[in-house]
Design a protein around this ligand. Structure first.
Ligand SMILES: Nc1nc2c(ncn2[C@@H]2O[C@H](COP(=O)(O)OP(=O)(O)OP(=O)(O)O)[C@@H](O)[C@H]2O)c(=O)[nH]1
Ligand SMILES: [Mg+2]
Length: 389
């Protein structure tokens, strides 16, 4: 089974280098009804100058390529469309653009490209002179906004692994300032909002940044956050993430701030679980999988903290961080988790019910999951009473 359906021809990617089990990837989306559903999925566009790192980002985050291997990537010379067929929450396409693309190219239909776009990720190489990149950012962002004002604009200040902490901050400040100045020169500073992220493929920052981009495309995010908050409060959990297991991006977390170390710990835990179960897990004849409904894991760290992972559905895992003392009430936590999983299921069902096949873009009316999982419905099911037995 391959990880994703990649439109790329010619160079099949060998995922061997990463720690990820080769056979473990996304299958076709179960409820696929439309003949060409990809056309209706929100798009994430990867744009930027040549060699800024666009293809590397796409390969590392969604195809488990090891960062060192990206040194051998060839320059992209056409738009590469990559279908991310994940759970019903996370479905989108990533379009990787050639760096040399510009508006003078009449062979690209920019109205069509920006029309169905959910987010535009503009990658700037922080190790290079970025003035030209800023110029291009401004032109692309204003053009895209004119076509589709709903696009989320994300700027990745990329390759920051080569910079010290101070220079990172200075670089971000400078790029932010210049980009805002350019926007106000072109009269768009009030309308267009740019989000900035410091990223590198050599650490978890690229996964973190992509998590945030993807979260903006999930209309049910407030509902998911609400569920995680309730779960945490009733189970004495300090931090919980809802992970997309294959890409290790988190599609939701509770409302406490995310610190990078916790996120990295959880990512590492997912690696350990999928690696171990792909080696020792019982494989069924037909469908070998390193992550299924039996998947769960408990890791006790030597600082009195516990990491707890449970399967939510075929694609999603809940990873929680809590103090060891609070893990004495494992029964309650497990019971609350089941309620949480049911509630997630309900959000999925509501979404599927409300979603017509063509109405899946970022501009579609949001399904207000908060309605069903507001306090009235969810709280009674998450309980602090000890479960039976
Ligand atoms: N140090 C460092 N190098 C990176 C990072 N990301 C990508 N690179 C390197 O940057 C070079 C260019 O990467 P590509 O992904 O091919 O760049 P691109 O933007 O797709 O380039 P075009 O397809 O020509 O537009 C490669 O040698 C990568 O190894 C990063 O986070 N840090
Ligand atoms: Mg490329």
């Amino acid at each position: 089974m391959s990880s994703y359906q990649d439109d790329e021809e010619g160079v099949p990617f060998d995922s061997q280098a990463g720690s990820f089990p080769k056979e473990f990837g996304y299958g076709a989306f179960d409820n696929e009804q439309d003949s060409n559903p990809a056309d209706h999925k929100p798009r994430i566009l990867l744009m930027g100058l040549r060699r800024s790192g666009k293809s590397s980002i796409q390969k590392v985050v969604f195809h488990k390529m090891s960062p060192n291997e990206t040194l051998f990537l060839e320059s992209t010379n056409k738009i590469i469309k990559d279908d991310i067929n994940n759970s019903s929450f996370v479905q989108f396409q990533i379009w990787d653009f050639p760096g040399q693309i510009d508006f003078v190219d009449t062979c690209f239909d920019f109205d069509m490209i920006f029309g169905g776009c959910g987010a535009l990720v503009f990658v700037i190489d922080a190790q290079d002179d970025y003035l030209e990149a800023l110029n291009k950012l401004n032109r692309f962002v204003t053009k895209a906004y004119k076509v589709n004002p709903n696009i989320k604009f994300e700027v990745f200040i990329h390759k920051v692994d080569g910079l010290g902490d101070d220079s990172k901050m200075e670089c971000q400040r400078d790029i932010h300032q210049r980009a805002m100045d350019d926007l106000s020169d072109s009269g768009y500073d009030q309308q267009i909002h740019l989000s900035f992220h410091l990223t590198s493929i050599y650490d978890h920052s690229i996964f973190e940044a992509f998590s945030k981009v993807v979260q903006k495309l999930i209309t049910q995010l407030p509902a998911l956050e609400n569920l995680l908050n309730i779960l945490n409060t009733n189970s004495a959990i300090e931090k919980s993430f809802l992970f997309d297991v294959v890409s290790k991006i988190y599609i939701a977390t509770d409302s406490t701030p995310v610190d990078m170390q916790s996120y990295e710990l959880c990512c590492d835990m997912i690696d350990v679980v999928t690696d171990l179960s792909s080696i020792y897990g019982v494989k069924e004849e037909q469908e070998p999988t390193a992550f299924d409904e039996q998947s769960s894991s408990l890791i006790k760290l030597n600082n009195g903290t516990v990491l707890y992972l449970r399967e939510v559905n075929k694609f999603l895992a809940l990873v929680c961080i809590l103090r060891e003392d609070n893990f004495d009430h494992k029964g309650i936590i497990d019971y609350n988790f089941l309620c949480f999983r049911n509630a997630i299921q309900q959000v999925f069902e509501l979404r599927n019910k409300n979603q017509s096949p063509v109405n899946n873009s970022i501009g579609s009316p949001p399904v207000n999951g908060g309605i069903i999982i507001g306090d009235n419905h969810l709280s009674p099911t998450l309980t602090e009473d000890p479960p039976l037995g």
